[in-house]
Design a protein around this ligand. Structure first.
Ligand code: NDP
Ligand code: MG
Length: 414
């Protein structure tokens, strides 16, 4: 027996969605894809990946909330789409639907969107719905044996305890850029030899500002993200660092990593998408252009890779890569999220709901920027950390946290 045959990770077990080394995957080709949230920022970039690889990805169904015109345009562009679904039932009366190709079925109502993963013949479900509204669809995708390509981080934040027991390696593929990066750093490694995840953050538009300086922040200022072009809620969450807090919880679930071993770090240029440190002190980083089509595409091409959708970075011209600790005093949302994640149970679900309400209230001009963290903190104070038991329970927690958050918003706004 040679040295090579006594490989150290022979008996390694999977860790979260990280496969044990040597695991082989077969993927269906072409991939029959259901795209939820097809009209949003991630959805549109996914459609772009589909356009680039018509021989590899076949869009079979798309869903959105109320953007009926754009959904009809997609059905006309991709004749492989046989089903479209809209959560907003009033879309059923839209004249735009006359443009749907013959034989393409339209479904209406939130339940029809939620059950799409289970009721349409498909291989992969890419969930790019925004917010807790994506929870049931994630569950349906995994329960019906589909591969879940997950952008909707809120599903894991709120319902990681329900989703992860259903998510074996290769069945849940992260789309969030940091988590895709971490997933790739783990490839070929004994997953249990990882000692720390370095979760990178751009720091957002207000990096370096002190808490008091954030008082006068306007909606326009907060929507101006330095490196990524995203939906409104995640853009505000990136500026408050709540997004990083949600991502720490997401990483905890996906990679079965204790909170003490997940360290958020600001990396201003957003070219290091995250890093994993191993027991011998080695650190693997994933670098590349800040373009969401790269992780979206990997979730569809896994275990292979397809041609780059983005211009490669010229590393010699980039010049420098800067790191810093996040400032938890100026950005209390990150501190709150880390605490809620550690306590666990239903608290992350309540926190996410309160944050969704607070962010919308800020976007509507009802509360100030720094009120966002105040709303979330006050709502969380009212919840006990009960264990997660069911999706129905999470829906009740979500609804009750929203009502309480609206109450705090009204107090702050008066
Ligand atoms: P957007 O707000 O741009 O898009 C949201 C999409 O979801 C739209 O298609 C919208 O439809 C649809 N939608 C929202 N609510 C419902 C509902 N109740 N029923 C059916 N459809 C609904 O969001 P993003 O694309 O920015 O984000 C999507 C998810 O991806 C989020 O969880 C976010 O955290 C995550 N993510 C996003 C990144 C980004 O770069 N944008 C990066 C990493 C993760 P309609 O057009 O009809 O309103
Ligand atoms: Mg991210």
């Amino acid at each position: 027996m040679g040295v090579i045959s006594s490989t150290p990770y022979r008996s390694a077990m999977p860790r979260g969605v990280i496969p044990a080394p040597g695991t082989t995957f077969t993927s269906p080709r072409p991939v029959r894809l259901v795209l939820l949230g097809a009209t949003g920022s991630i959805g549109r970039q996914t459609v772009d990946v589909c356009r680039r690889h018509p021989d590899r990805v076949k869009l079979v169904a798309v869903a959105a909330n109320s953007s009926v015109g754009r959904i009809v345009d997609l059905a006309r562009e991709f004749p492989t789409i046989r089903t479209v679904a809209l959560s907003d039932e009033s879309c059923a009366g839209s004249a735009d639907l006359d443009g749907l190709p013959r034989g393409c079925e339209a479904r209406f109502g939130k339940a029809r969107v939620d059950e799409l993963p289970a009721t349409v013949e498909c291989d992969v479900v890419l969930n790019a719905l925004s917010g807790f509204a994506g929870m049931r669809a994630s569950l349906a995708a995994l329960q019906s044996g589909r591969i879940l390509a997950l952008a909707n981080k809120e599903s894991l934040v709120a319902g990681g305890d329900l989703l992860m027991p259903l998510a074996s390696p290769g069945r849940l593929l992260p789309v969030d850029s940091e988590h895709s990066a971490i997933f790739q750093c783990f490839m070929g490694e004994d997953p249990w030899s990882a000692t720390r995840i370095w979760l990178t953050a751009s720091g957002g538009p207000f990096f370096g500002m002190r808490a008091e300086e954030l008082d006068g922040v306007t909606v326009e200022d907060a929507l101006r993200h330095p490196n990524w072009n995203m939906g409104k809620r995640i853009t505000i969450d990136s500026s408050t660092l709540m997004n990083k807090g949600l991502e720490v919880i997401e990483a905890h679930h996906l990679f079965d990593m204790p909170y003490d071993e997940i360290r958020p770090v600001v990396q201003r240029q957003s070219v290091i998408h995250s890093m994993v440190e191993f027991s011998d002190g080695s650190v693997k980083a994933h670098l590349g252009a800040p373009d969401m089509r790269v992780p979206i595409q990997l979730a569809l091409s896994f275990p292979g890779r397809w041609d780059a959708p983005a211009e490669p970075v010229d590393w010699a011209k980039l010049g420098r890569i800067d790191f810093a600790d996040p400032d938890l005093d100026a950005f209390p949302c990150l501190r709150i999220a880390l605490a809620a994640g550690r306590v666990g149970g239903i608290l992350p679900c309540a926190m996410n709901a309160a944050d969704e309400v607070a962010v919308h209230a800020f976007l509507d001009g009802r509360i100030g920027y720094r009120d966002i963290s105040r709303v979330v903190a006050r709502v969380l104070d009212e919840f006990a950390p009960d264990a997660v038991e069911s999706v129905e329970q999470l829906e009740q927690v979500d609804a009750s946290a929203r009502t309480r958050a609206q109450g705090v918003v009204s107090q702050l706004a008066s």
